[in-house]
Design a protein around this ligand. Structure first.
Ligand SMILES: [Zn+2]
Length: 344
């Protein structure tokens, strides 16, 4: 079953996907595949997407805030953690479930003052047809361009008959994003517009593969590519599994390097760099379809949840494994990253 079989992880340069760990005996083959994937990444951008997108070629240092740069928006980790607990108290949120419908309503009810869009669609998954819904909360800014903060809200369909609630995997990012929504309602963006994107169908429905995963992000990235929205997006910051009490964010080799560097410099300014990028990983997550659409992406994820990632995709992924302190760190660094991106 997806994500529930565990293998010993490789100690040096581990190559891990969002939803399972590659066993040692497959490593050589996987390295070939992933190596090819890395090399071919620029080629995944369509000619149309590339021609639409015109962004400055800057280094991360160019985004360092200046004395006159306005301060970062403040977020409250305690409130984000309360959101997490309230959200997972709704129960499991697999596709097609009552809990999934409650999760949608919970998110919508917390998006005061935003322009809310629902990207509803039907899709044939590996486990049959399902209705899905990406929820987008738009907070207009003062200059043209958009920064997207994204994270998924569904839980794993194969775990639907268990008590699995995904407190960290799905719950943590929703908890923080709803706190950010609250702050953006009180303090509207003064720079780029900020869109909060709650994706659906991130998880596999049977077993993680290129075809059985990332349903919501694939759908929306295609739509945004076709309608010109992709060209307006300056950066796509993905939040995933950021609630772990022992927070150690991976440096994801599938993300855009200069944007990761902006995140790291923001972490340094926030005094939180010890929680960032000690380890490199290759992560498959909701950022990939947007990267393919030509958008700079960064996956802010801690894929080491409990000893040897033990809690990931198990019924042990509960709120007591998460903390307000970790959500505060993630929130502070994301807000400082947005502050930096707004300097250009
Ligand atoms: Zn997951």
């Amino acid at each position: 079953m997806n994500g529930r079989r565990r293998f010993r992880k490789i100690q040096i340069d581990p190559v891990r996907m969002k939803d399972f760990t590659i066993p040692a005996f497959l490593l050589a083959f996987s390295m070939l595949l992933i190596g090819a994937c890395r090399q071919s990444a620029p080629g995944t951008q369509t000619a149309a997407a590339q021609s639409q997108v015109s962004r400055p070629q800057l280094s991360a240092e160019d985004y360092d805030p200046k004395p006159e740069t306005p301060p970062a928006l403040k977020v409250n980790g305690q409130k984000a953690f309360q959101n997490l607990k309230d959200f997972v108290a709704l129960g499991p949120r697999p596709l097609g479930s009552e809990g999934h419908a409650k999760a949608e309503q919970f998110i919508l009810a917390h998006l005061h003052g935003a322009q809310v869009e629902q990207d509803k669609f039907n899709v044939q998954t590996a486990a049959g047809p399902f209705a899905m819904n990406n929820i987008i909360a738009k907070f207009p800014g003062k200059k043209p361009g958009v920064i997207v903060l994204a994270g998924h809200y569904d839980t794993n369909l194969p775990l639907k008959n268990t008590s699995y609630v995904g407190a960290n995997d799905g719950g943590s990012n929703v908890g923080l994003m709803l706190e950010i929504a609250d702050q953006l309602h009180k303090h509207p963006p003064q720079g780029y517009s900020i869109w909060l994107l709650f994706t659906d169908g991130e998880e596999a429905t049977v077993q993680w593969s290129d075809d059985d995963s990332l349903y919501g992000s694939k759908h929306l990235a295609k739509k945004w590519s076709e309608d010109g929205t992709a060209a307006k997006i300056r950066a796509f910051l993905l939040l995933d599994m950021i609630g772990d009490k022992d927070l150690d964010i991976d440096r994801d080799t599938n993300s855009t390097p200069w944007l990761l560097d902006v995140v790291y410099r923001a972490a340094q300014r926030a005094g939180q760099q010890s929680h960032f990028f000690v380890r490199s990983n290759t992560i498959q997550d909701d950022h990939l379809p947007f990267r393919a659409a030509g958008i700079p992406v960064a996956d802010i994820i801690d894929l080491d949840y409990g000893f040897d990632n033990l809690y990931h995709h198990t019924t042990q992924d509960t709120p007591d494994k998460c903390s307000a302190a970790s959500l505060q760190i993630a929130g502070d660094v994301v807000m400082e990253t947005i502050r930096a991106l707004n300097t250009h």
